[in-house]
Design a protein around this ligand. Structure first.
Ligand code: ADE
Length: 419
């Protein structure tokens, strides 16, 4: 078996972490037990370009139990947990191509390995694998039955491809499932982003001014958690509806230009480029901390920051780089502007990834069952899968919901009853 991981010597620790995470992924465990019996992926090759975490390892075990010939590669150069990849190779016999801190060339060589695997099904987190299949490796794209996309940024890229008639195979927007974004994007990103910032800096949130750029589900989660820890939250937005929502959720709303001089900590979660630029860095207080929790490392204009800094980057702590500007104000950038929650912490907790990855696994089964029947476009996750995941999660939490009475069913289906 070919693979490229940091060191198999790390596998003992990785295995413990995978099994620990599994204890908090009861829905995925049930899907795995079912797949082990039904083998929905028998005879099929699968390549998955995801964050290489303990939670992903449990998804990998699940599709492998379903008969898939699976290969994994990283969806971000800094999010790989090297102990986990070691255990995946040694203990679970799953080939992995991912090393934490890999350079761009290695990152793309790992994506190449994922395409060389000649997959029938792909899973992506950010659309890099699908992008390679659509640009450099179109021959291999012909074998693909369908692909799953895990994150907002990836779905944006895919919808653009669909609009431009470039898409070569059907894709399921797992990110857009309620069982994914309402929980993973909101509670997962909210908690893990604060976790990454605190682990990197030991920052006290209480009493600080925290600027959250972007009020999508991830931004909402971060604002909620920063607020819960006593920060004064400021939201910046470009969308008037989201801005209003932030205001009525109790946060200050203002443009980045106004937020820059008052913020102590800045977190970008917009999915867009250059959200914090030199004109903003120049206005910041001495000691301002800046980080990103959006998918790509483009939200902070770090090239621009380097141009206006007096010094070259100085690492003052793990995951913290200091830049001093001509006004002698120091700006601290976390995790090189990459996803702070996955680089400086462990990503979202297993309990919430349980829902995202059960949705992923069941969406993959759906794609295989509907081979040749799905149009070449971006599809939503079927409602039946969402309901299944939600019901199993509720059950695992010991929670029950009410049932409609016959009178209520009738009321909902009639239009005659009024005032
Ligand atoms: N994305 C965010 N958190 C994650 C995790 N723990 N595992 C995989 N992907 C993630």
């Amino acid at each position: 078996m070919k693979y490229h991981v940091k060191s198999l010597k790390l596998a003992d620790q990785g295995k413990k972490r995978i099994l620990w995470a599994d204890g908090d992924m009861p829905v995925l465990s049930q899907v795995r037990e079912k797949f082990a019996k039904t083998k929905p992926f028998k005879g099929l090759r699968m390549s998955a370009c995801l964050h290489m975490t303990a939670e992903t390892a449990n998804l990998a075990r699940t599709v492998k139990a379903g008969g898939a010939d699976l290969l994994l590669c990283a969806s971000n150069p800094l999010s790989t947990q090297d102990d986990v990849t070691a255990s995946l190779v040694r203990d679970f016999k799953i080939p992995v191509f991912a090393i934490c801190g890999e350079d761009r060339k290695t990152y793309y060589s790992h994506l190449k390995a994922a395409v060389d695997h000649q997959p029938h099904i792909t899973m992506d987190d950010g659309c890099d694998l699908v992008n390679v299949l659509h640009t450099k490796r179109r021959k291999e794209a012909a074998n693909i039955i369908g692909s799953m996309e895990e994150t907002t940024t990836g779905v944006i890229r895919l919808r653009a491809m669909e609009k431009n008639n470039q898409l070569l195979f059907p894709v399921i927007a797992v990110n857009d499932a309620a069982t994914k974004n309402l929980f993973d994007n909101r509670y997962g990103t909210g908690q893990s982003t604060m976790d990454g910032i605190i682990r990197a800096t030991d920052f006290l949130l209480a009493g600080k001014r925290v600027v959250i750029a972007g009020y999508g589900w991830c931004g909402r989660g971060c604002a909620m958690r920063a607020n819960g820890m006593g920060a004064n939250v400021i939201v910046t937005e470009i969308d008037p509806i989201k801005a209003l929502e932030a205001a009525m959720d109790g946060f200050l709303v203002m443009p980045m230009e106004q937020a820059a001089p008052v913020g102590d900590l800045f977190v970008t979660l917009t999915g867009n480029k250059h959200v914090i630029r030199p004109e903003h860095f120049r206005k910041m207080k001495d000691g301002a901390i800046v980080c990103n929790s959006g998918h790509f490392d483009i939200e902070l204009d770090l090239v621009g920051l380097k141009k206006i800094a007096k010094n070259s980057r100085r690492q003052v702590r793990n995951f913290v780089d200091e830049f001093t500007l001509s006004n002698n104000h120091r700006i601290f950038v976390l995790a090189e502007g990459r996803l702070v929650n996955l680089a400086a912490a462990e990503g979202h907790p297993a309990s919430v990834m349980d829902m995202s990855f059960s949705t992923q696994a069941l969406a993959s089964e759906f794609v295989v069952k509907n081979k040749g029947k799905l149009a070449t476009r971006v599809h939503d996750v079927p409602q039946a899968i969402e309901n299944k995941v939600a019901n199993l999660k509720l059950k695992s939490m010991g929670l029950k919901v009410d049932k409609l009475t016959p009178v209520q069913v009738e009321y909902l289906s009639s239009s005659t009853e009024g005032t």
